[in-house]
Design a binder for this molecule. Structure first.
Ligand SMILES: *Cc1c(COP(=O)(O)O)cnc(C)c1O
Length: 431
């Protein structure tokens, strides 16, 4: 199996985090998202431990909470002593309601509104990651009104394309995010920021993309960013205390993907950073990283109930399910690969090819194309693995489909962390 929290039990049922998925589907109904708290904590602590060991003792992962944002996960992040990355006042509010210490929050986004800036400052968010000249001056102005000197990082575009999907690559010069070194605008931004009274520049941020398997793109980004830090020190006498390398480490979605050793990657990145710091004569800054996908993706899976099998003679077979792009739009958006398992007959030979089709009125509502599985029947339980990241977080009410229930498994016990939506709760804002 693609992750060590998966197995098959004596009934031939797929298990997840030690629990029988077919039993859980019966208990809670489908579509159902399952999460493995042990796996979430394991990933957070791998990052935290490796970063403190190989970078500096105060280095820290920030969970990129856009990957999956709900109250309970902020409680886990708080108790694992890591920070968080938020991209909206909504995420900050959710973390606040969970009691997360917001001095360890970093507020991202290329389009923060005045209300959001004010909300974040009033809730003592530790750092902003500012994305443009205009945003820095907006933060300066609002911080001034509130009598606060707000710590900020500047998001810099290092000019790197890490060869992932275009929509999930963000480090190149023409990206909508950040300010480019190549056009010299990054230097101008530093110069103007240092003149402002109500913002305190603490360092720089970059994020090159997502689902990156190798560590060298991070090394490349670090080389460019440390060169920038050195130049900025020479030009303006400003020494960056923080360097945030963003998120993007990959996750294994299918057997074709290699296994990933996160600790070894961090060690390799740290070695490159140490060499560069020595070469450039700069002190190693506090390093931050923002893993999202690699914290939650394989800590999650989705269970569906099979609907109808449509065999188009000589062409293609479709098995329909009781969910789809409303709970997992990633195949529709990016043709993302997933591993699909017939959970109630997980030991039977996978000798039948079919496409798993969602229930929405869109031909593009597909979960995965041409999957090999035992021939599915109505009411079988279909598991889609590695759905923890960017699934529920991107869920919608298209076709008025209620969002699924999310159930956490911790030490073998199951409990609801997000209730299933009802028709009533779904229309509760409608007048
Ligand atoms: C999306 C994003 C992340 C998280 O990326 P993953 O690939 O999920 O690790 C981190 N930082 C920023 C700025 C992002 O936009």
């Amino acid at each position: 199996m693609i992750c060590n929290n998966l197995s098959v039990n004596e009934n031939g049922h797929l298990t997840f985090a030690g629990r029988d998925t077919v039993e859980l589907a019966e208990k809670y109904g489908t579509p159902l998202m399952l999460l493995d708290e042990g796996k979430i904590r394991e990933k957070m602590s791998i990052y935290r431990g490796a970063m403190q060991k190989y970078f500096t003792p105060d280095s820290m992962p920030l969970y990129a909470s856009k990957a999956l944002s709900f109250k309970y996960i902020y409680k886990i992040a708080a108790s694992e002593n890591i920070g968080i990355d938020c991209v909206s006042a909504g995420e900050i509010f959710t973390a606040y309601k969970a009691g997360f210490p917001l001095e360890r929050a970093y507020f991202h986004g290329n389009s923060k509104t005045d209300d959001e800036i004010r909300f974040a400052i009033e809730h003592d968010v530790g750092h902003f990651v500012c994305d443009s000249v205009e945003e820095v001056s907006a933060v300066d102005e609002i911080a001034g009104q509130l009598g606060v000197r707000q710590k900020i990082l500047l998001r810099i575009t290092p000019g790197i394309d890490p060869h992932t999907h275009k929509k999930i690559s963000t480090g190149s010069v023409d990206s909508k995010f950040g300010v480019a070194i190549e056009t010299h605008q990054a230097y101008e931004l530093v110069e103007s920021t240092l003149k402002l009274a109500n913002v305190e520049l603490t360092g720089f941020h970059c994020h090159i993309g997502s689902q990156i398997f190798e560590y060298d793109p991070f090394g490349d980004a670090a080389r460019i960013m440390l060169g920038f830090i050195k130049d900025v020190r020479e030009m303006y006498g400003f020494e960056a205390a923080q360097l945030n390398l963003g998120g993007g480490m990959a996750v294994r979605y299918t057997e074709d993907d290699p296994e990933i050793d996160y600790e070894a990657n961090i060690r390799a990145i740290a070695r490159m950073i140490q060499e560069l710091c020595d070469e450039y004569g700069v002190k190693m800054p506090q390093i931050l990283m923002e893993p999202g996908r690699s914290i939650v993706a394989d800590a999650g899976m989705t269970l569906y109930t099979a609907g109808y099998l449509k065999e188009i003679t000589g062409l293609k077979n479709y098995i329909s399910i009781d969910g789809g792009m409303t709970d997992n739009p990633r195949f529709t958006l990016y043709q993302s690969p997933y591993t699909v398992v017939l959970a109630n007959r997980a030991n039977e030979p996978c000798d039948y090819k079919c496409t798993v089709a969602g229930r929405c009125c869109e031909s593009g509502d597909i979960i995965q194309e041409d999957v090999m599985m035992p021939k599915p029947h109505r009411h079988d339980t279909i598991a889609v693995l590695t759905t923890g990241a960017y699934n529920y977080a991107m869920a919608s009410h298209y076709n008025k489909v209620p969002k699924p229930e999310v159930v956490m498994i911790k030490d073998g016990e199951d409990f609801t962390v997000i209730k299933r939506e009802t028709f009533e709760s779904m229309i509760s804002n409608e007048v």
